[in-house]
Design a protein around this ligand. Structure first.
Ligand code: OZR
Ligand code: MG
Length: 214
């Protein structure tokens, strides 16, 4: 049952990782999900691509849609420069509860604001609630049919500006075909596909990086 799997994952982190050490939290989750129970974290292989794009962008304000258990939240937050912030949005309260504990175990709670609720409702409130001008980096990893509507919402709310980078997980598996069409056909984005594999498997998947041109 998914809820209990997430608490087992948290227990594996508390047992095998070192408190305050994000790398050990990442390794503990990857080990657990590869050898014990598969889970939908971006994973170690696509995680390296996420790391490289993050290092290139070096965002001062970042947004993650779809926290799940906080694995990619930890991957992103550990690479943020001092004073930079990550806002992560999670709809499912049970996932959010586990994510809070995993983010805290990694010692990254001061860099991360976890907001519970539907992304479609929360995005329009971001400026007012968090004083965000615009996001330098957005990681899309939530419901795949929300990628297009939420990207349009980010545009309409002025939360992306020239040079903002969107990075979308799962564009092949489970797939986000509408999103690929949207960013690849729009004159407002410069898109490229990073071929990889679905977390902990040999199935093809990949990340789509799209730079907003304003
Ligand atoms: O649905 C996926 N992600 C969206 C998750 C949606 C659900 O979890 C978080 C959100 O609140 C919702 O309850 C997903 C699915 C697979 N998969 O292989 O099925 C692989 C992935 O990397 C994924 O991000
Ligand atoms: Mg994913």
């Amino acid at each position: 049952f998914a809820l209990l799997k997430n608490t087992r994952m948290l227990k594996a982190v508390q047992k095998n990782a070192t408190k305050g050490d994000p790398e050990s939290v990442i390794s503990a989750i990857d080990y657990y999900c590869r050898h014990k129970e598969w889970a939908m974290n971006v994973g170690d292989e696509k995680g390296l691509i996420l790391d490289s794009v993050l290092t290139e962008v070096n965002p001062s304000t970042a947004l993650e849609l779809g926290t799940y258990c906080g694995y990619s939240t930890v991957r992103i937050a550990r690479l943020l420069s001092p004073g930079s912030k990550l806002i992560t949005v999670e709809f499912n309260p049970a996932f959010a509860a586990v994510a809070r504990q995993i983010i805290a175990y990694a010692g990254l709670q001061d860099k991360v604001t976890l907001v519970e609720g539907p992304s479609g409702d929360l995005i329009p409130k971001m400026k007012a609630r968090f004083g965000i001008k615009s996001f330098d980096f957005v990681f899309l990893d939530h419901w795949k049919d929300r990628y297009v509507p939420d990207t349009k919402l980010l545009e309409d709310c002025g939360l992306v500006s020239e040079g903002s980078v969107l990075l979308a997980d799962n564009v092949i598996c489970p797939g986000a075909p509408e999103y690929l069409k949207y960013v690849r056909n729009s004159p407002r984005y410069e898109s490229r596909y990073y071929k990889s594999n679905l977390e902990y498997t040999k199935v093809e998947d990949g990340l789509e990086k799209s730079v907003f041109l304003g």
